[in-house]
Design a protein around this ligand. Structure first.
Ligand code: NAD
Length: 434
């Protein structure tokens, strides 16, 4: 099949490459010329395991093309995926400017009947607005159908998720579009069918509800951690106690310093906004977001409780800036809140992340942050270690190095990954809910 994927970010680049991997001819289109030129040279703009090799291989096989020329792509495809960003607007609503601009650009360049598939996460009803914009602005006499095919990949394991999806949600207006998308996805679900077919609006809603449910589990458990801390219970034991119940399960019930990323925060707010627009106030969702915002401050509170509010005499070693391991994405990462709050109180920060330093530098500018090249270098002259992102290389502590380099043997563990027994070695260990 010949496809165009518009938007070559985390989602468009990964899904376009995976479609190419299955033997389709894929045009990945972006307005960012620099990004497209780099991709043509095999330079990948994001860190995502296994992606670089697949991009290079599929370009070599002439399955994958990068271009800024939408017309060239549309002339040679009849399935068009929209995968541009849908960021949060200032008022918490979803900014659909990129999606609607793409709809106009499609209208101005489309020359044949096509299926327009929205892969971006968009509020209920957006697909029909896209259709209206294309039909109102098209310059050629063509027919389009629309579909919603939300994406569930997780950054860090995006290729694996894309090649072996848990399910493929296909929301269409007609059976023919559903058949086209089933055929396209058949190689991805070859061992057993995992299609879930529905109408367009329900598919759009499914994506928000999936993210909102996962975010709810996290905020719920963070709230429980805070209750555990007040009462002397240990949230780690409680997690094991409840996770063993099959109805609850072990996933997404880890207490920590809050969720971040480009999806959960904006999608929870987006769903709240959609509900309010339709006259319903969603109490649970509002609290999920609120609890998460306060949770990002928990580590800062623990630090100021221990060292005081004036941190001008302190330097903190920070491990982990990305919003989660295995990605360079720092959008809405707890590291941004935590480090900014420490800087506000006069602190100096030494930071290390295996992949996310450059992206973090674009979010927080300060002469009081020093970036170092190895995890132990953050400890030199630091008064405490703060663990924010649980990359694998941070999981095991070399207590000798820590004792030798840190000014004070204090660890703030924002992900509850260190064993209590290090307290026996003279360390002060501050965790969440235990
Ligand atoms: N990142 C994730 O983990 C993830 C997972 C599932 C769903 N989503 C959703 O997928 C969508 C895309 O997310 P992302 O993280 O890939 O975004 P991104 O910001 O990484 O990439 C968006 C890309 O679209 C390009 N773009 C903008 N306007 C364009 C236009 N008119 N024509 C061509 N290209 C254009 C930008 O230059 C950018 O490269 C969002 O709706 C997001 O919520 C993201």
């Amino acid at each position: 099949m010949n496809l165009t994927v518009i938007g070559t970010g985390y989602v468009g680049l990964v899904t376009g490459t995976c479609f190419a991997e299955m033997g389709n001819k894929v045009y990945c289109v972006d307005i960012d010329e620099n990004k497209i030129n780099n991709l043509k040279e095999g330079v990948i703009p994001i860190y995502e395991p296994h992606l670089a090799t697949m991009v290079i291989d599929n370009q070599d096989k002439n399955n994958l093309f990068f271009t800024t020329n939408l017309k060239e792509a549309l002339d040679d495809s009849n399935i068009i995926f929209i995968a541009v960003g849908t960021p949060e607007a200032d008022d918490g609503s979803v900014n659909l400017d990129f999606v609607f601009t793409v709809a106009k650009q499609i209208a101005e360049n489309i020359t044949k009947d096509s299926l327009i598939v929205t892969k971006s996460t968009v509020p209920v009803g957006t697909g029909f607005k896209v259709k209206e914009i294309i039909n109102d602005n098209k310059i050629n006499d063509i027919n389009i159908s629309i579909a919603s095919n939300p994406e569930f990949l997780k950054e860090g394991v995006a290729i694996e998720d894309c090649l072996h999806p848990d399910r493929v949600i296909i929301g269409t207006e007609d059976e023919k579009s559903a058949e086209i998308l089933k055929e396209l996805y058949a190689p991805f679900v070859a061992n057993h069918e995992r299609f879930i077919l529905m109408d367009v609006k329900s598919a759009e809603m499914t994506k928000y509800v999936a993210n909102a449910m996962l975010a709810t589990k996290i905020s719920f458990m963070n709230e429980i951690a805070n209750i555990c801390e007040k009462t002397g219970a240990n949230v780690q034991s409680v997690r094991l106690g409840i996770g063993s119940d099959k109805r609850i399960g072990y996933k997404f019930i880890y207490a920590g310093c809050g969720y971040g990323g480009s999806c959960f925060p904006k999608d929870v707010k987006g769903l709240i906004n959609t509900s309010v627009e339709h006259g319903y106030v969603p109490n649970i969702l509002s609290m999920v977001d609120e609890v998460n915002e306060s949770q990002k401050m928990i580590i800062v509170e623990k630090i100021t409780n221990r060292l005081g509010n004036d941190l001008s005499n302190f330097t903190f070693g920070v491990w982990g800036l990305a919003f989660k391991p295995q990605t360079d994405d720092v959008r809405c990462a707890p590291s941004i809140t935590i480090i900014s709050e420490l800087l506000k109180r006069g602190a100096k920060v030494k930071a290390y992340d295996p992949k996310a330093v450059e992206t973090f530098k674009r979010e927080v500018e300060s002469d009081n942050i020093e970036y170092v090249d190895s995890k132990y270098d953050v400890l030199d002259d630091a008064d405490a270690l703060i663990l924010i992102t649980e990359w694998k290389e941070f999981r095991t502590l070399d207590l000798y190095e820590l004792s030798k380099r840190l000014n004070q043997k204090i660890i703030f563990d924002g992900r509850n990954i260190y064993p209590k027994r290090i307290e026996e070695e003279g360390f002060e260990l501050y965790q969440i809910g235990c």
